[in-house]
Design a protein around this ligand. Structure first.
Ligand code: TYD
Ligand code: MG
Length: 491
């Protein structure tokens, strides 16, 4: 087994976990083959005073009551959806990390953001410093012209280099209000012997840049490529360094893009914004509630295995389609893949279907997808996964436009989900016939005779009338079996 020579260390490219010896699998994030040998450094090593040197001045503690507790002032970027995701606007001196797979649109988003910010009242030609560490100044200018949409691009400072010293020099000289570094993996300092893109370079440079911008009260945004196999020093190792972590998601071959905040020292997390990537850059979608089910085939023209759900993302409810395909095993080993939902969650739902409904899925290949590149991480998606798998395995389609949402207990019970009323309202807004929710949420809805907005029918499984005769928008089920009886009435 490899052992480190003194002064070097093995660091996981995926999560930043450190080990004194090489391991095939990271003990922290359990990824395989992600440990890389690095020179031993510490954040700030370049700036540290030698040990034992007395400091000239010491920072004094102060009374809590004497500290100004006002909220940070927020600067609106001119990109309203982006502002929602970061909690209301940019905070001076804060650092933001924008992660995403190569080609997803990070550079495009950052350049559009830079232009929007530079054209705000009160900004001048050096308010924004855009560092394109991977592209020539000419390439950046060409992209800026492409996304300007026939309008004049506001002026800003462009720097095409990866050399940290050049970048910090520019920051010192200009004191910009917004500094954009695209990408941090292409930035390096000659003070370290490690190669550009290595963990120690990425960490050290990011640390120096955040310090530099914080000292000048400018906002720093750095982009970082994420690769699933951990071949690049992942932005994960920078997450603790920055105040806000955003991820840009979606699939490259489809035009929808989702910007999601996963950490935010200055606001809520899991807020999302949805964009489409077009000929002239990214367009914000102001009301993305129904965008993921747009253009779906009409009920009846769809094969079995498709179910609509209402997913909660931050404060928003998005309608989405969950698809399942269950087929007899094709090759020697069973294939189970998922896209947009967690594989363990699907595994659990399969087990519940087998134990509670006596289905035999053991010898079947199972594929589960969320369409449009959306990822749904909340448990409320479980009822839709179950209904999609059930529909595919039994060849059944719902005969009306339904939204289903509910968390599944291991015994097939349906658990209460957050914001049920908001989901039902979104279903109604997009013209759905009904919304099926856990009975445990029913108390949050007003009865039909009390309120006019929501008509509610408590569906008893034994007397389940056909959908067409129901005058109800919201139906409740206590368990999986009852819910499936409502979703597939002819079953
Ligand atoms: P890019 O922003 O370079 O991605 P990243 O920085 O995350 O690697 O964008 C990549 C893709 O977007 C590229 O394939 C071209 C496409 N694109 C458009 O479709 N329209 C546009 O206006 C621009 C600028 C890019
Ligand atoms: Mg790029």
């Amino acid at each position: 087994m490899a052992k480190t020579p003194s002064g070097s260390i093995f660091v996981c490219a995926s999560c930043g976990c450190e080990s004194t010896r090489w391991l095939g699998r990271c003990p922290n994030c359990l990824e395989w083959n992600t440990l890389r040998e690095e020179a031993r450094t510490h954040s700030g090593a370049l700036k540290n005073t030698p040990k034992g040197t007395p400091k000239d001045t010491y920072i004094q503690s102060q009374a809590l009551s004497a500290i100004d507790a006002r909220n940070e002032e927020r600067i609106k970027t001119g990109y309203s959806e982006f502002d929602i995701v970061i909690g209301g606007g940019l905070v001076q001196g804060a650092a933001i990390l924008l992660g995403g797979e190569p080609g997803i649109g990070k550079s495009t988003l950052l350049l559009q953001l830079a232009s929007a910010f530079a054209s705000l009242p009160g900004q001048n030609a050096s308010s924004v410093l855009y560092v394109g560490a991977e592209e020539s100044a000419n390439q950046i200018a060409m992209r800026a012209a492409r996304i300007a949409r026939d309008e004049k691009t506001p002026d800003m400072q462009i720097l095409s280099t990866g050399a940290l010293e050049d970048i910090t020099n520019a920051i010192t000289a200009l004191s910009p209000r917004l500094v954009i570094i695209d990408s941090i993996q292409a930035v390096y300092t000659s003070a370290l012997h490690a190669s550009p893109g290595s963990l120690s370079q990425v960490r050290e440079c990011a640390w120096m840049l955040t310090e530099e911008c914080r000292a000048r009260a400018g906002t720093l945004i750095v982009s970082g490529h994420v690769t699933k196999d951990g071949t690049l020093a992942g932005p994960k190792i920078l997450e603790h360094l920055v105040d806000t972590v955003l991820y840009f998601e979606g699939s490259r071959d489809r035009e929808l893009r989702i910007l999601r905040s996963v950490k935010n020292r200055f606001g809520g997390v899991n807020e999302i914004a949805v964009f489409t990537m077009g000929e002239k850059g990214l367009h914000e979608i102001a009301d993305p509630g129904g965008v993921f089910i747009e253009g779906m085939p009409k009920i009846g023209s769809h094969g079995p295995g498709s179910i609509l759900t209402a997913a909660l993302e931050g404060n928003r409810v998005l309608l989405a389609e969950v698809q399942a395909l269950v087929t007899p095993r094709v090759s020697g080993s069973i294939v189970r893949t998922t896209d947009g939902v967690d594989a363990n969650r699907v595994q659990r739902v399969r087990a519940i279907l087998e134990s509670q409904l006596g289905m035999n899925l053991g010898d079947q290949d199972t594929f589960v997808n969320v369409t449009g590149g959306l990822e749904i991480n909340e448990p409320a998606v479980e009822l839709a996964i179950a209904a999609a798998i059930y529909g595919s395995a039994r060849g059944l389609c719902p005969d009306s436009r339904l939204i289903v949402a509910g968390e599944l207990g291991l015994l097939g019970d349906l658990r209460r989900i957050p914001q049920a009323e908001k989901r039902a309202a979104q279903a109604r807004k997009f013209g759905m016939d009904a919304c099926i929710l856990p009975e445990a949420n029913s108390g949050e809805f007003r009865r039909a005779d009390e309120g006019k907005e929501t008509s509610v029918l408590f569906a008893a499984p034994s007397s389940s009338p056909s959908m067409a005769t129901r005058d109800a928008h919201v139906l409740f089920a206590a368990n999986l079996r009852d819910a499936l009886a409502i979703i597939f009435p002819e079953n």
